[in-house]
Design a protein around this ligand. Structure first.
Ligand SMILES: [Zn+2]
Ligand SMILES: [Zn+2]
Ligand SMILES: [Zn+2]
Length: 212
């Protein structure tokens, strides 16, 4: 996964003037202390003082778009705790429950999804089969938005993800992150996921803040 806009591309997504169409690679920051995945863009995503306040980085899998920032973080913050989460691994951090479960995505890079209290985070997935029991139970899901229309290279298409989770009424909001080069703007993508699903489906964007 690469950032948007792409160099030398003049599609409407890459030419968009909407700030929501400028995308670094995906991470989430929880309570300003815990980060999930460390993309190579990390120094642009977080100010240096924010990095010093980080407590822990949790890694979902060993692909460069998720780990390429670790070396930058460790240069600024030697004591940073890095957890390469394994399926079945459970721990509590800052009062939150974290649980890793296996996700199909890459043969070379075993991948986990993460259950955090009432939320599931799965930025990369070829299939959600191993995640269904968690998705049936949580309020918020953040899922793989890499691909629209058809699946490719370890990424299940947004269309198929929506068809899978739409029946789960427990899910109050599903965000798509890890958004790919779909040639559609954020605004257009919001319309598309709404029409494939309903108002509960949203497209995440850089610096989006949510309360769970
Ligand atoms: Zn483009
Ligand atoms: Zn990956
Ligand atoms: Zn990725």
């Amino acid at each position: 996964m690469e950032s948007i806009p792409r160099k030398d591309c003049d599609c409407s997504q890459c030419r968009s003037k909407d700030k929501k169409d400028v995308r670094f690679r995906s991470s989430i920051l929880i309570d300003k202390k815990i980060m999930i995945d460390a993309s190579p863009d990390i120094l642009s995503q977080l100010r240096v003082d924010q990095i010093k306040n980080l407590d822990t980085v949790i890694i979902t899998h060993e692909h460069d778009d998720h780990t390429g920032g670790i070396k930058h973080l460790l240069k600024l913050h030697r004591d940073l705790r890095i957890i390469r989460l394994k399926p079945g691994q459970h721990f509590k951090l800052l009062g939150l429950d974290f649980f890793g479960f296996r996700i199909e995505h890459s043969k070379m890079a075993p991948t986990v999804g993460i259950l955090i209290n009432n939320m599931v985070y799965i930025p990369d997935s070829a299939s959600l089969d191993f995640a269904l029991k968690y998705l049936q139970d949580v309020k918020v899901a953040i899922l793989d938005g890499s691909s629209l229309g058809r699946s490719f290279g370890g990424h299940m298409a947004i269309n198929d993800i929506i068809a899978t989770v739409k029946p789960y009424k427990n899910l109050k909001t599903t965000y798509f992150t890890h958004n790919g080069h779909t040639h559609k703007t954020h605004k257009e993508m919001e319309q598309i996921v709404k029409s494939l699903g309903d108002n509960r489906f949203k497209i995440a964007y850089d610096k989006l803040e949510i309360q769970v």
